[in-house]
Design a protein around this ligand. Structure first.
Ligand SMILES: *Cc1c(COP(=O)(O)O)cnc(C)c1O
Length: 371
């Protein structure tokens, strides 16, 4: 008997669940005759703000744009340096450069999150660093209270990359609620994935929200009046309607299911050749990373799971600081991040993963022996 594959993500299963609600949302928008930045976007923004726990949500065209817009709304641009982690989606570094600033990096700790001690020493050495972009990697929360203290001592702003952590909090404070804000992404595989691209800025700062609303719409402050050089990063009514009516109402349950699967992996994966995150870590469990002790073994584990029909992914095989697009810059070296980039493997974790499939992942991972 051939076993069904265990997919890393299952967006067809998502569609089967939401089809009726999504089609109803499409009809509603079609009949309204209003397709960009209208009442669907405004209502979705309010409802996401309520669920996540911030006062203002500004829908954008992507997570990348939401980071750029947050930086620019906070006045970060040409002449400023911005520090982030090299172990992230390239979009984090790209958004900093697109805002006109210059990206630099600090190494991560063993959980994959930016090392706050290294951020502090970088800020001490380099007063040109005006902002920090921590990434809530895998869905884990960076210690925002501690980072906020470090940033304040060095007169530096914090803009959070919460693309993987919508509805996350740090010590009980919703992400983005105590800083300039947090950018999130509605890329289809994210925890709140749309049927296409989208993103949002989450903030409690009314001025930042207002500046972001202008920036996403050509820098328009009133109709036909352009006070800054903005971008076109508007959220479509269709996406907003589907997000609001079909996806957002299912997010709490989806997050609970992700967390259940993570708890099972944490409790039942028991293979001395593998390391997992600290079971006490606070996370929205966008991803479930495991780490092989020896980097060369990661590919062997991935191939072995693949032969058993289990889909996995690597987050991220190449550090942002090593990307060709940034060639020629002197960034220094990031040994912990490089080690994780070479040894991380993301196990399937999504709301449509059944218990028998979770059983199979656990059994297969436990049986694997380093070659
Ligand atoms: C997905 C992601 C982004 C970019 O979001 P898009 O919507 O794809 O532009 C940025 N940062 C991180 C950490 C991400 O995972």
């Amino acid at each position: 008997m051939t076993q069904q594959p265990v997919q890393a993500n299952d967006l067809r299963a998502l569609w089967s669940e939401i089809e009726d609600d999504a089609l109803e949302a499409v009809r509603r928008v079609g009949r309204s005759g209003w397709f960009v930045l209208g009442s669907e976007v405004a209502t979705f923004e309010q409802e996401l703000g309520r669920l996540h726990g911030v006062e203002h949500v500004v829908g954008c065209a992507s997570g990348l744009d939401a980071i750029e817009i947050a930086l620019r709304a906070a006045g970060i641009g040409a002449g400023d340096r911005v520090i982030t982690t090299p172990l992230t989606a390239f979009a984090t570094a790209l958004a900093i450069e697109r805002a006109g600033a210059e990206v630099c990096f600090a190494d991560v700790d063993s959980s994959g999150l930016i090392d706050l001690g290294q951020v502090e020493s970088a800020l001490e050495r380099d007063p040109a660093i005006r902002a920090v972009v921590p990434v809530h990697l895998y869905g884990q929360s960076v210690d925002i209270a501690r980072l906020g203290g470090i940033a304040e001592r060095h007169d530096c702003l914090v803009i959070e990359d919460a693309a993987q952590a919508v509805c996350g909090d740090a010590d009980g404070a919703p992400l983005g609620s105590t800083t300039v804000g947090a950018a999130t992404s509605f890329y289809p595989t994210k925890n709140l994935g749309a049927l296409g691209d989208g993103g949002a800025l989450l903030t409690n700062d009314a001025q930042i929200a207002e500046a972001a609303r202008q920036l996403r719409d050509y820098g328009q402050s009133a109709k036909y009046e352009h006070s800054t050089l903005g971008l076109n990063s508007r959220l479509d009514e269709l996406h907003a309607a589907i997000l609001r009516s079909a996806l957002l109402p299912r997010l709490p349950r989806a997050l609970t299911r992700r967390s259940q699967i993570a708890q099972r992996y944490l409790q039942e994966i028991d293979n001395p050749a593998l390391r997992m995150l600290d079971p006490a870590t606070r996370s929205t469990w966008h991803l479930f990373p495991i780490f092989t002790g020896d980097p060369a073994l990661r590919d062997d584990l991935q191939a072995s799971l693949g032969e058993s029909g289990i889909g996995t992914a690597v987050h991220y095989p190449i550090l942002a600081s090593d990307q060709q697009a940034l060639a020629g810059r002197q960034f220094g070296s990031f040994p912990v991040a490089a080690g994780l980039a070479g040894s991380e493997l993301s196990l399937p974790i999504h709301p449509y993963l059944s218990d028998p499939k979770v059983d199979r992942v656990i059994a297969t991972v436990n049986e694997w022996k380093p070659a």
